[in-house]
Design a protein around this ligand. Structure first.
Ligand SMILES: Cc1ncc(COP(=O)(O)O)c(C=O)c1O
Length: 400
């Protein structure tokens, strides 16, 4: 038996242990999937198995199905099972960061000579991975406006192996119709990858809309407390899941036991957090549209947003991320970021505390001069779950 086959078989043995049938509801699955009571002590929370290796009962005789923690670790297995359940997939895999997950995916699916369609609006680090790392290995890409299905169709060529979509996108909050792009991908015989970081599986489930693989930065809403860096891949295709698991082990950028545990803990409150993020963000977006210093508000919950109807169709609510442009250009935008007090000036997003940043000089500095360059007068906020009146007051004073 190959090592990856053994691992799959062991994983199955372990995962069927005391595993109750779960209802379909998201909130219940978020709390219970993967979180079976510890078989040894009955602890209701899976322990942090801070261990690298496992005692064997004779050569090859594995008691619990585990042999070495890069290949599999029980705390990571609990998280991976939870991720698969929440995205409606068959296989979840947890990595050391979102970019580690992306790297594993790209090097599993692509070989030199292949071509990829990437969005004209995406996280700067994802673009950097394509442009500065993957391209050097002989994989080229075309940039498309993925909110325009014809632009996606036109970017596909006979070497294309995958289409990458990020919706809502970072930082311009663009919306892509996942089902429509899945149709293009199917027709062309290529895979569709959706970065679901901004929405989380509570708001949007791309696999059900035809995506082949979902990518997450677990650092964001899934962890939810700005205290961990992690990434994930989820797929409904068992063969692809096995191939990805093989590469995860072969490449090695796995999530550690403590990081897995803390993400699993964060996920338990994902549904209630996302409801409050969306509720607060809707009120803040509304205030910003009325503010004289704001020239444009980018939030899919606003009826005037070009992707509003598609977002309403494929998302449960519109999430906690807002970008806006301010009068006075780059310096004015930087000033707003500097003046904010309750909104902490910092990169990242998706935590319970509100954050503010200037994408052009911070998260998206790496796309300067490319097709993904962002407007200099843009401010991005990650709306937390604090009292919304306090957040509104802070933004009003920051805008001056
Ligand atoms: C949409 C999106 N995808 C992927 C990533 C990369 O994740 P990580 O920082 O965990 O490597 C980020 C990080 O900001 C992101 O915003």
């Amino acid at each position: 038996m190959r090592r990856s086959e053994r691992r799959e078989a062991y994983g199955t043995t372990l995962l069927t242990h005391e595993r109750p049938a779960l209802p379909q509801s998201f909130e219940t699955r978020a709390i219970h999937a993967g979180n079976t009571a510890d078989p040894l002590t009955g602890a209701v929370v899976p322990p942090i198995y801070q261990v690298s290796t496992y005692k064997q009962d004779g050569v090859g005789g594995l008691r619990g199905g585990y042999e070495y923690s890069r290949s599999a670790n029980p705390t990571r297995t609990a998280l991976e099972e939870n991720l698969a359940a929440l995205e409606g997939g068959r296989r979840g895999l947890a990595f050391a960061s979102g970019l580690a997950a992306e790297d594993c995916l790209l090097r599993t699916l692509l070989v030199p000579g292949d071509h990829v369609v990437i969005p004209n609006d995406a996280y700067g680090g994802t673009f950097r991975l394509f442009a500065k790392v993957v391209q050097r290995w002989g994989v080229d890409f075309s940039v498309a406006d993925t909110s325009d299905i014809e632009s996606v169709r036109a970017a596909v060529n006979d070497r294309t192996k995958l289409i990458w979509v990020e919706t809502p996108s970072n930082p311009l909050l663009g919306i892509t119709d996942i089902e429509a792009v899945a149709g293009v991908a199917r027709q062309a015989g290529v895979k569709l990858v959706v970065d679901n970081t901004f929405a989380s599986p509570y708001l949007q489930q791309p696999l059900a809309l035809g995506a082949d693989v979902v990518v997450h930065s677990l650092t964001k809403y899934m962890g939810g407390h700005s205290d961990v860096v992690g990434g994930a891949l989820v797929t409904a295709d068992e063969a692809l899941g096995e191939e990805l698991a093989y590469h995860q082990n072969a490449m090695g950028a796995v999530a550690g036991p403590f990081d897995s545990w803390i993400v699993l803990r964060g996920i338990k409150t994902l549904a209630v957090r996302m409801d409050r993020h969306s509720e607060n963000a809707e009120k803040i977006a509304e205030m910003l549209t009325q503010h004289p210093k704001v020239t444009q508000v980018l939030y899919p919950g606003l009826p005037e947003h070009p992707g509003h109807e598609i977002a309403a169709k494929q998302m449960r609510s519109f999430g906690g991320m807002i970008s806006f442009r301010v009068q006075g250009g780059e310096e004015a935008a930087v000033e707003v970021c500097n003046r904010a007090q309750l909104f902490t000036l910092g990169e990242s997003l998706g935590g319970v505390e509100s954050l503010i940043e200037h994408p052009g000089r911070m998260t998206h500095a790496s796309v300067a001069g490319s097709a993904l360059e962002v407007p200099a007068d843009l401010v991005r906020i990650s709306v937390g779950i604090e009292n919304v009146e306090d957040l509104l007051a802070d933004l009003r004073q920051a805008l001056g």
